[in-house]
Design a protein around this ligand. Structure first.
Ligand SMILES: Nc1nc2c(ncn2[C@@H]2O[C@H](COP(=O)(O)OP(=O)(O)OP(=O)(O)O)[C@@H](O)[C@H]2O)c(=O)[nH]1
Ligand SMILES: [Mg+2]
Length: 313
């Protein structure tokens, strides 16, 4: 077994950080360690959290984390958003809360930018989830902001997906991009200390009544005031209930297969892209083809056939 991998399996914070960095840089050293840790994954409950900007996702994660820590569980946090408090984008008060968590050995926090193709999740997220899972984290949070493709992709990684809304934005449901509402396993109305919470809840309830009619599971709506630590225990209970539901039905395996499929596609895509565009000889070849396309000596389809012909014999 790879030395780095075995340190990660022991939960060593520095080794976890190192392997994550190697994976982010697609370093050759990462792939061996990733191979070694895979058999030790599958234990963590992966929770995706998405929702409008500033709805309190990071605050919720911090509060949920302290709740899980009280239960003696270890927590991993991945924040996919450059403006999140994890990377220093929020008010000082929030940052202090995060700092508390950051010094806890049972918590690992990592923030990542959205470098993925077409604004989707950066492919290293799959690696980071695997690493944190293998390192013994019982719960892994993945935070994405409700814009772009990332929040729709989060559903491929997460076992349980939370969509966070806040009261007082007028028609709450309209404020979230189409397609995002459908990915929720649990709706959270945060900032329930603010006026308009009943209206938002009622709007959501009528949406649930329509979308869940005839289904065996109704999407629950949980009201929280993360800043006041209100509704946090209820939310933890609801997430655990969802995990049990997944395990009881065959949905758990379906969900996991979705993640592995997305991960596999991502690894292949990344390797093919590197092969075509980074490897020196191909880069040269591609430049020549682009010249020819520009001069109308060649069309893009024939050029693509030529490049792919070198890979797919
Ligand atoms: N009134 C009120 N404010 C809250 C609550 N939860 C969070 N906030 C505040 O809302 C602001 C945004 O909170 P964040 O946790 O950074 O929200 P976020 O969704 O992670 O934000 P982005 O990552 O930037 O999209 C902060 O100033 C929080 O203190 C709440 O329950 N009630
Ligand atoms: Mg945030």
């Amino acid at each position: 077994m790879n030395a780095l991998a075995s340190q990660v399996l022991k939960g060593d914070q520095r080794s976890i950080a190192r392997l994550i960095t190697l994976a982010e840089n697609s370093d050759i050293l990462a792939s061996q360690a990733m191979k070694d840790i895979h058999p030790h994954t599958g234990h963590a409950h992966v929770i995706g959290i998405t929702g409008v900007m500033g709805s309190g996702k990071s605050t919720l994660i911090a509060e949920l984390t302290s709740e899980y820590r009280k239960k003696g569980l270890q927590v991993g946090i991945i924040a996919i958003d450059p403006t999140s408090p994890f990377s220093g984008g929020a008010l000082l008060g929030d940052r202090i809360r995060m700092m508390e968590l950051a010094t806890d050995d049972g918590v690992f926090i990592r923030s990542m930018g959205t470098r993925g193709m077409l604004g989707g999740l950066t492919s290293a997220v799959y690696d980071v989830v695997e690493i944190l899972d293998a390192s013994g984290k019982d719960v892994v949070f993945v935070e994405t902001v409700g814009v772009g493709q990332a929040e729709v992709d989060v559903v491929k990684i997460a076992d349980t997906t939370l969509v966070v809304l806040v009261p007082g934005l007028g028609d709450a449901i309209q404020t979230i991009k189409a397609g995002v509402m459908e990915i929720a396993d649990i709706y959270v109305v945060n900032k329930a200390d603010r006026p308009g919470v009943e209206q938002t809840e009622a709007e959501l309830q009528s949406l649930v009544d329509i979308s869940c009619s005839g289904k065996d599971r109704q999407i629950p709506i949980i009201k929280t005031a993360a800043k006041e630590h209100q509704g946090i225990i209820e939310l933890v209970n609801e997430m655990e209930r969802h995990q049990k539901y997944l395990k009881k039905s065959r949905l758990f395996d379906t969900q996991r297969r979705k993640r592995y499929e997305a991960e596999l596609v991502e690894i292949i895509r990344k390797r093919l892209m590197n092969f075509i565009f980074d490897e020196s000889t191909f880069k040269e070849k591609v430049e020549i083809l682009i010249d020819q396309i520009s001069k109308k000596e060649l069309d893009p389809y024939t050029a693509a056939d030529e490049i792919l012909g070198k890979i797919i014999k």
